[in-house]
Ligand binder design. Structure first.
Ligand SMILES: [Zn+2]
Length: 467
């Protein structure tokens, strides 16, 4: 008997991670995320899952980003009875992300008449199914399917999962799914761990055809840009992604101020989600950060908070930012300026030529952030047309994903064991580019899977069996 792998999401697209793995006896899902960037009201997001949910034994979650956890409560609504496995930080972060998502959906249902994908009580139901799993501990996640988690250095608690088929008559074939792979070196997250025991691997490919600004150069680039923005004499706005990018920015700004490379201007973290996520980072840092940073944490209180930082959790606290001097940094969600508190600050400050807006993450086509990044002179924010006179500056080195060379180096560590690699979780062009490189450099069978495609996996190789 062989393993069966079906791509129910994350094929030909970056988001919507959702893979079904069936063994001789048991079956489990890896990730259950939302597909982002397309129309939120798309029918297929609301459609029932394409597999029999009540018969699933388990769900293994790689990390807490919305495109990996965003549909877990919907799974519960459709009768999921199994256990949900993830690392301890992922559990804390996933709760924040799912609750936030339920709140946004409730508001959209109220204001725009959109159907409800799930409610907060479905999130609570999902939380009650979660079992925390440590890295490097093999366990039987579903009958006959044993799993093993390794760190991937992408966000706090992020993991790859290696699945071994142990059912009757199985050949013991192993399949690994990488989830998202980190951009190295991170100042505090450990490097992604090598997967050296998988016969077949499903790997992410979001930047399979691109290179980032080198990690060593990005802090200098940020420092120079901040100094120029301060000289302009206006406010600096940073639309922030709540997980990882926010913490990385806080860490670097804190270090620059400590080293005297940046004047001590007020910094505001104006996002309840990002504030709570930073608390989770602080809570688990002593166990999940790099060894030298763990040691640093024993002496130092907190690597993300510093004297000039003010966290504005409530609406009233947020309003008080207006009383601060003109030259200040405001970090607020959402990352693509499509919601949250950043829109309010952009409406106020973008008409001022002294303002600087920093773009530190991916901006999906059609989002207000993308319009700003592309040099739009007007943008619609919170129902108002806003004239843009401020300075817009984009950065490419702050991604939490490995670039082309990072992905190839990661794949190289699987050798000589891994003979087949599926390039998933990327746009078709980058997945195809990466597949060609992997085939050329490593001689592996590199495949770009298609949505709903089903594959049979044995020690001898893979075979498409889509019905
Ligand atoms: Zn991710």
């Amino acid at each position: 008997m062989a393993l069966k792998l079906t791509f129910f999401g994350g094929a030909e697209t970056v988001t919507g991670s959702n893979f079904l793995v069936e063994g001789t006896k048991g079956k489990l899902l890896v990730d259950c995320g939302i597909e982002q960037g397309r129309d939120f009201c798309q029918a297929d997001m609301y459609a029932p899952f394409a597999y029999d949910v009540p018969s699933l034994d388990a769900l293994v979650v790689t990390h807490a980003h919305l495109d990996h956890v965003g549909r877990i409560p919907k799974l519960l609504k459709e009768g999921f009875k199994g256990r949900i496995y993830m690392t301890a930080p992922t559990k804390d972060l996933a709760q924040l992300i799912m609750e936030d998502s339920a709140r946004i959906m409730a508001a959209d249902a109220r204001d725009k008449g959109l159907p409800l994908l799930y409610e907060e009580r479905d999130v609570a139901a999902a939380m009650s199914h979660i079992d925390v799993i440590e890295f490097h501990k093999e366990w039987e996640a579903a009958p006959g399917l044993s799993c093993y988690l390794r760190n991937t250095g992408h966000i706090l608690g992020s993991a790859s999962v290696r699945i071994r088929d142990m059912g009757d008559g199985s050949d013991g074939v192993t399949l690994a799914l990488t989830g998202d792979i980190g951009n190295t070196p991170s100042p505090y997250l450990p490097d992604p761990e090598a997967i050296d025991d998988a016969d077949v691997m499903v790997m992410e490919s979001v930047y399979g055809d691109r290179l980032h600004t080198h990690v060593d150069e990005r802090v200098d680039e940020l420092q120079k840009a901040l100094m120029e923005a301060i000289k302009r004499g206006g406010t600096i706005l940073i639309p922030a992604f709540s997980l990882e990018r926010t913490q990385l920015m806080l860490y670097e700004i804190s270090n620059l101020m400590d080293a005297g490379k940046l004047p001590k201007i007020p910094v505001f973290l104006d996002s309840p989600l990002a504030i709570k996520a930073t608390d989770v980072y602080s809570k688990w840092g002593s166990e999940f950060f790099k060894k030298d940073v763990q040691a640093e944490l024993k002496h130092e209180h907190d690597i993300f908070r510093f004297p000039m930082l003010t966290q504005t959790l409530t609406r009233e606290e947020s309003e008080k930012i207006l009383e601060a001097p003109e030259v200040k940094i405001i970090m607020a969600g959402a990352g693509m300026s499509h919601g949250g508190r950043i829109g309010r600050w952009e409406q106020k400050y973008l008409p001022d030529p002294k303002t600087t807006l920093f773009m530190v993450g991916y901006q999906a086509p059609g989002s207000p952030g993308r319009i700003l990044q592309d040099g739009g002179s007007q943008v619609r924010l919170g129902g108002n047309m806003v004239t843009v006179r401020g300075h817009i500056q984009s950065f490419s080195g702050w991604s939490a994903h490995a670039d082309r060379d990072g992905l190839i180096a990661f794949a190289e560590m699987t050798q000589p064991r891994t003979k087949t690699i599926f390039c998933a979780l990327g746009e078709p062009s980058s997945a195809r580019f990466l597949a060609q490189r992997l085939h050329g450099f490593l001689g592996v069978n590199a495949i770009v899977p298609v949505l709903k495609q089903q594959w049979e996996i044995t020690k001898q190789g893979v075979k498409e069996i889509t019905h």
